[in-house]
Design a protein around this ligand. Structure first.
Ligand code: KIV
Ligand code: NA
Length: 263
C-alpha cells in the first residue's frame, strides 16, 4: 500500500521508524522503492552527487523538476518529496508558492522540502501549507547556507541549540508534515523529537529521531566525499570499476563478444 502523510504520523505515534533515502534518477529510484523505503527525497544534494557541482547552490528549479520527473516514474510505493533549490523560494512567499506549485503540477511529488526556520521562512511555509502544499522543514545544518555555516555540526552551544529548538516548534506551528534535522547533537534531536507532534527525520542527528535519511550515493559508496555520519553499506564504486575493467580487458583480448554470438 502506498505510503501517505497519515502513515508517517501514525508511525511516529507507534514508534515505527521511518526509513528514507534520496534518489536522483529512474533506475536507482525504482530499486529503492521496490526494496521498501518509506520516503524518497529528490534532494538537491543531487547537484553534487549526480551533477558534480561543489555545493547545492547551482541547481535550478527546471533541473530539479527534470530529475524529479525521472525519479517519480520509478516510485509507486514510497512518499515522494522534492527539495526546492536555492533561490527558488527565499525571495518571498509568492515565489515559493510558484515554485512549489510547479513541482506538484509537473511531478508526482507529494510534498516539498525547504531549508530554514527563521521568521520569514516560517511565514512562507505557513502560506504554502494554507495553499494545500505539504511541506517538510529542514533545520540544523542547511547546505544551501554553506558559505555561512560550512558543513560543521550545528546547535552545539546552548544558545544555538535553543535557537534550533525554537525553530522546530515554529515550523511545527506553521504546519510542516515532517522535519528534517541535519547534523545536530543527538540530545537536541531527541528533545525536538519528544516535543513536536510531527515526525523528525534525522541525518547525523542521532538515533532518537522518528526516522533516518541518507544520501543514496553515500550509502552505496558512490560519493566523492563521505560525511562522517554516513556509513558506506557497500562500495559500488569498487564493484563498478572492477566490472568495467573486466569488460575493457575482454574487448582488448577479443574474448568479448564471443565468436559465436548467442542466437
Ligand atoms: O539534499 C539532500 O540530500 C538532503 C539530505 C539532508 C537528505 O536534503
Ligand atoms: Na537538500
Amino acid at each position: 500500500m502506498p505510503v501517505t502523510h497519515a502513515h508517517l504520523q501514525t508511525w511516529k505515534q507507534q514508534g515505527r521508524a521511518i526509513a528514507a533515502l534520496t534518489a536522483s534518477e529512474y533506475a536507482i529510484a525504482k530499486i529503492i522503492d521496490r526494496a521498501g523505503a518509506d520516503l524518497i527525497l529528490v534532494g538537491d544534494s543531487l547537484a553534487m552527487v549526480a551533477l558534480g557541482h561543489r555545493n547545492t547552490l547551482p541547481l535550478t528549479l527546471d533541473q530539479m523538476i527534470h530529475h524529479a520527473q525521472a525519479v517519480s516514474r520509478g516510485v509507486t510505493n514510497a512518499l515522494l518529496v522534492v527539495d526546492l533549490p536555492f533561490l527558488s523560494y527565499q525571495v518571498n512567499y509568492e515565489q515559493a508558492l510558484q515554485s512549489a506549485g510547479r513541482v506538484l503540477k509537473e511531478t508526482n511529488a507529494q510534498g516539498v522540502k525547504l531549508e530554514g526556520g527563521y521568521a520569514d521562512m516560517v511565514h512562507t511555509i505557513g502560506k504554502l501549507v494554507q495553499a494545500g502544499i505539504p511541506v517538510m522543514g529542514h533545520i540544523g545544518l542547511t547546505p544551501q547556507s554553506v558559505h555561512q555555516l560550512g558543513y560543521r555540526i550545528q546547535g552545539v552551544t546552548p544558545d544555538m541549540a535553543e535557537k534550533i529548538f525554537l525553530e522546530a516548534k515554529a515550523l511545527t506551528d506553521a504546519g510542516v508534515f515532517a522535519l528534517l534535522l541535519e547534523h545536530i547533537p543527538a540530545e537536541l534531536a531527541e528533545k525536538i523529537t519528544k516535543t513536536i507532534p510531527v515526525p523528525t527525520i534525522g541525518i547525523g542527528a542521532g538515533s532518537a529521531c522518528d526516522g533516518q535519511i541518507l544520501v543514496t550515493h553515500d550509502l552505496l559508496g558512490l560519493s566523492d566525499k563521505q560525511p562522517p555520519f554516513a556509513p558506506k553499506y557497500i562500495d559500488l564504486s569498487e564493484a563498478i570499476a572492477t566490472t568495467v575493467d573486466r569488460y575493457c580487458q575482454d574487448v582488448r583480448h577479443h574474448t568479448f563478444p564471443p565468436v559465436k554470438p548467442p542466437q
